[in-house]
Design a protein around this ligand. Structure first.
Ligand SMILES: Nc1ncnc2c1ncn2[C@@H]1O[C@H](COP(=O)(O)OP(=O)(O)OP(=O)(O)O)[C@@H](O)[C@H]1O
Ligand SMILES: [Mg+2]
Length: 364
């Protein structure tokens, strides 16, 4: 499925625009603050009903307005037309329509138009604490697997109840036993599915990284979980005294992490900015491949700020990678038109070019 046409009204700094896209490579060029990322974010909204930048719906309304409308027209692999309209009005909330019919739940839409974004904002995945990497894994798996989504939601809910009970001096042992059984059962589902995903992800990330770095560096991705060592039931039993003392649950999948290493050392400490960025791109391309396999649909790929921290050689390798057949529609932004054009010319890819200035988008 690809995005054929996009109309935007009052979204961030874009007052009104209608654009027609190529089924392959689309590029937005313009100065800092022009609105390139905002166009990308509109495309992201239509897939996942939310900003990729962590902005709320109201913050995404153009200053001085009280609503925004995003209207996307997609073409499916069978040449069918699909329309998705997302609108938000202050005070009235968000509505999402597919082919004119409003969804009961926004979450029913997730997965219809799969999307993967690579952006400078991803760096938090390397630099920030483990909960960001768990959030990433949760979002990734939830898009693919309803059973995972259910298990992680139930796990977090029961974890909250268990922690409340631990804070309560007169904790009822019967209730604790019931909660433990449920926590173990959902925690094991979460663990099993995370382990399976990372086992599949790790070799793909390593392979994409190898290509990006021209075989110069070796990287590794590992799943770090206490549940890799011992069954959850044993862990919980062993931690019982500690949990009562601390008044919260000290072991479980809510303490999992994803470890990233380069040349055998932690990426966060020893990886250069370009190496960290290359790792994140490799991770996102691997995610793309798995989503494409699982859904039988090529996701839309957003490459925001293409040259961010990468040298020319790695950008060329990246473009060479995404030019492969397994990738579908791609959106690229860069602030330097000459640089982007020259590298695209060399790659031999067909592309559509748009200039962005002050929230206005023009075909170049
Ligand atoms: N709700 C809003 N209403 C009006 N303008 C907004 C709103 N939200 C963001 N902006 C404006 O959008 C502009 C930023 O746009 P965007 O992030 O798309 O720029 P960009 O072209 O990607 O720039 P860069 O090259 O620096 O990444 C800023 O000037 C910002 O003030
Ligand atoms: Mg930007």
């Amino acid at each position: 499925m690809f995005l054929k046409k996009l109309s935007v009204i009052n979204f961030k700094n874009i007052q009104q625009t209608t654009l027609e896209f190529s089924a392959r490579v689309n590029c937005f060029v313009g100065d800092n603050g022009a609105g390139k990322t905002n166009v990308m974010d509109a495309i992201h909204y239509l897939s996942l009903c939310k900003s990729s930048m962590g902005m709320t719906d109201s913050q995404s309304i153009r200053h001085g307005s009280d609503f925004f409308v995003l209207d996307g027209e997609y073409t499916t692999a069978q040449e069918r037309k699909e329309t998705v309209v997302c609108s938000f009005r202050r005070g009235a909330g968000k509505t999402l329509k597919r082919n004119g019919k409003e969804y009961d739940k926004l979450s029913d839409h997730i997965g219809l138009v799969p999307i993967v974004i690579v952006s400078p904002a991803d760096s938090f995945l390397v630099t920030d604490a483990a909960d960001e990497r768990r959030r990433y894994l949760n979002a990734f798996l939830s898009q693919l697997d309803r059973e995972y989504l259910n298990a992680i939601m139930r796990y977090n809910h029961i974890l909250g109840e268990r922690n409340r009970l631990l804070k309560n001096e007169a904790a009822a042992p019967d209730l604790m036993e019931v909660l433990d059984l449920q926590l173990i059962s959902f925690g094991e589902v979460v663990h099993r599915k995370r382990a399976a995903l990372i086992e599949r992800l790790a070799p793909l990330v390593a392979e994409y990284y190898r290509v990006l770095s021209d075989d110069r560096e070796q990287i590794e991705l590992h799943y770090h979980s206490e549940l890799n060592e011992r069954p959850f039931a044993e862990l919980l039993a062993a931690a019982a005294d500690r949990d009562r003392f601390n008044q919260f649950t000290t072991s479980g999948v809510h303490r999992d992490d994803m470890k990233m290493r380069i040349g055998g050392y932690p990426l966060r400490k020893y990886g250069s900015q370009g190496q960290q960025k290359s790792f994140l791109i490799a991770l996102k391309l691997a995610q793309y491949t798995i989503v494409a396999q699982e859904r039988g649909e090529k996701p839309i790929l957003l490459l925001d700020d293409l040259f961010d921290k990468l040298d020319m050689q790695r950008v060329e390798k990246l473009l060479g990678l995404v030019a492969r057949e397994e990738f579908g529609q791609i959106f690229i932004t860069d602030c330097n038109k000459v640089r982007l054009e020259s590298i695209l010319e060399r790659s031999g890819e067909d592309y559509a070019l748009f200039g962005v200035e002050n929230g206005e988008v023009q075909v170049l």
